[in-house]
Write a protein that binds this ligand. Structure first.
Ligand SMILES: Cc1cc2nc3c(=O)[nH]c(=O)nc-3n(C[C@H](O)[C@H](O)[C@H](O)COP(=O)(O)OP(=O)(O)OC[C@H]3O[C@@H](n4cnc5c(N)ncnc54)[C@H](O)[C@@H]3O)c2cc1C
Ligand code: FES
Length: 347
């Protein structure tokens, strides 16, 4: 009699040719549902900007948070492609994905408390959170953090590799002017503050192979690179590594101790080179100056390498272009862009 009060049943998206079915609860996006079910659905920004989560809609009806047209080319949109992070299915769907979906670690949500906050630079802190229950993740992945009443969920890469208990997780958080979450975090001592953590998310991480590794990081983009190298297997530690760290001035450099320690335990050569883009010309800095992209051109035999890029989207875009120009094919370039809300408006 009161059937109209019952909540609507979930819809199902079936992925053509893959035998995969994604159950999507009402109100969830297709991407949220896929990630919660531990599927490796490609994504990055989750806000409709980067175009990574595109799929082709072959059948069924959807509504969208914002139009997929914002993050896709006109040709893609007209060919029926849509963005999973913006898709709210209205009926069961049939979709096509270029990439084969794999089962990964299912997303869990746990409580925790801020255990420590330490300044790494004037505008980057290391945030340590003690978790009520461990979260399993792969080095290079990220979690989402929520402080009730402060901001919606925000994404931060794990900065320390998984360890026996995984009950303490570390993040490098850069202050974003005008940012809700980071503004709150930097405004006062937050020790003991309750925080919700959910994850793991993302496919960024060291890929198999024996080729040299080039890492290009900007600002807090160093976090997943550090995590990935610290968590590397004994085989991976035989691969030569070049880390280029882009920063504005000397006071923006951090990670020297961590990378010195890595260098001492890495079997092959590992170099960590900070490159400063806005260091005053008359300062005592004797290291690299200019843009990280200028240094990419000086790396020999680049076409045999794998490249890992992480940080602000404009820096990652520029590094990707420089690597392609230097002869590295796109299947050897892996990128994690730290999108924030300003990019939504820019889209
Ligand atoms: C996969 C991923 C991993 C990430 N990992 C890290 C990490 O390890 N470390 C790290 O420091 N960051 C990371 N980020 C970025 C992080 O998730 C946050 O976006 C960032 O910290 C800003 O959060 P905030 O709440 O302080 O700022 P927000 O409140 O989200 O605001 C960000 C900026 O957008 C502007 N803005 C907000 N709303 C609007 C609007 N409507 N129109 C125009 N401008 C607007 C604000 O003024 C501000 O300048 C990652 C992002 C992604 C996608
Ligand atoms: S993850 Fe959907 S557009 Fe970036």
């Amino acid at each position: 009699m009161f059937s109209f009060l019952k909540s609507k049943p979930p819809t199902t998206a079936s992925v053509a040719d893959q035998g995969v079915f994604i159950e999507v609860a009402r109100g969830k996006t297709l991407l949220e549902a896929a990630l919660e079910q531990g599927l490796s659905f490609p994504h990055n920004c989750k806000v409709g900007t980067c175009g990574t989560c595109l799929y082709r809609l072959d059948g069924g009806k959807i509504s969208e948070l914002t139009s997929s047209a914002m993050g896709l080319t006109q040709e893609q949109f007209q060919a029926g492609y849509r963005l999973a992070c913006q898709t709210l299915p209205k009926t069961d769907l049939t979709i096509t994905l270029d990439e084969a979906l794999k089962r990964t670690q299912p997303v869990v949500e746990v409580g925790g408390r801020v255990a420590s906050l330490a300044h790494l630079t004037h505008d980057i802190v290391e945030l340590r959170v003690d978790l009520d229950e461990p979260i399993r993740f792969q080095p290079g992945q990220y979690a989402e953090l929520l402080i009730d009443g402060v901001a919606a969920w925000r994404s931060y890469s794990f900065a320390n590799p998984p360890h026996a208990s995984n009950a303490s997780v570390h993040f490098h958080v850069r202050l974003v002017p005008g940012g809700q979450f980071t503004g709150w975090l930097f405004a006062a001592s937050r020790l003991g503050q309750a925080v919700r953590v959910r994850g793991p998310y993302g496919q960024f991480g060291l890929k198999p192979g024996a080729s040299p590794i080039i890492c290009v990081a900007g600002g807090s983009g160093l976090a997943p690179i550090k995590c990935m190298l610290e968590g590397a297997s004994p085989e991976a530690r035989r691969r030569p590594v070049i880390v280029l760290f882009g920063a504005r001035t000397e006071r923006d450099i951090y990670g020297l101790d961590a990378f010195e320690a890595l260098k001492n335990t890495w079997e092959a050569d590992l170099t960590f080179t900070p490159i400063l883009s806005a260091e005053p010309a008359d300062s005592s800095w004797t290291g690299g100056r200019g843009l990280v992209t200028d240094y990419i051109q000086t790396i020999p035999d680049i076409d045999h390498a794998q490249a890992y890029l992480c940080g602000p989207p404009p820096m990652v875009d520029a590094a990707e272009a420089a690597l392609s120009k230097a002869g590295l094919t796109s299947d050897r370039i892996f990128a994690d862009r730290f999108f924030d809300k300003s990019r939504v408006a820019a889209a």
